[in-house]
Design a binder for this molecule. Sequence first.
Ligand SMILES: O=C([C@H](O)CO)[C@H](O)[C@H](O)COP(=O)(O)O
Length: 211
Amino acid sequence: MKLQLALDLVDIPAAKLVVKEVADYIDIVEIGTPVVINEGLRAVKELKAEFPSLEVLADLKIMDAGGYEVIKASEAGADIITVLAVSDNDTIRGAVEQARKLNKKIMVDMINVPDIAARAQEVDSLGVDYICVHSGYDHQAAGKNSFEDLAVIKSVVRNAQTAIAGGIKLGTLPEVIKAAPDLVIVGGGITSQDDKKAVAAQMRQLIAQGQ
Ligand SMILES: O=C([C@H](O)CO)[C@H](O)[C@H](O)COP(=O)(O)O
C-alpha cells in the first residue's frame, strides 16, 4: 500500500518545505487542485525537479480535453494525472491514450459519482491505472467520508488499483488500512499537524504493519 501526500493549501516554497520534512515516508506527492490554480503547472515542474525520486501526481481533476491536458501535465513532469469519473468516457479514453504514449498513469476521481459501483466498473474497463473514492472538502464539511465507497470499488474493480482520499487522519487510518486500498491519500492529516514528520512516520509504520 502506497502513501500519497496531498498538498492543497500551500504555495511552492511551502510545498517544498513540507515534502522535505516527510519525503522519507511518502511514495507520491500530489500537487493539489488549489495549488495548480494558484501556481500553475510550474508547481509540478519545481517539485519534480527537487524530488525526482518521488512520483508526482497533478490533481488537475480533468473534465474535458483529456488528451491535451495529460500532455501538458506530462510536459511539466507529472507521473500521474487525475481525471473526473463524471466526465465523458471519450475524455477518459483520450487521457488514457496519451498517458500510455507518454508512460504516465491516470487516476480517476470518483467524487460526486451517484452510482459508485456501476461507474467504477465502466471506468475500470477504459484502462485507467487508479480508481479513487474521494470525499472532497465540501463533503467533509457535511460530515461524509468514503470508507463505504472504498469497499464498493474493492468489490467490483478488476484491473485498476484502488485509492481513497478525503479527510483521512492518523486516527482513521487503521480503518482504511483494513479495507486494503492500493493507495492512501492524506492531505490535512499530515499538513495541518505541528510535527508533520512524526505523523507521516507513524502513518508509514501503520501501513507497513498492515494495521
Ligand atoms: O483533492 C482534494 C480536495 O478536492 C482539494 O483539492 C484533496 O487533495 C484531498 O481531499 C486530500 O486532502 P485531505 O482531504 O485534506 O486529506
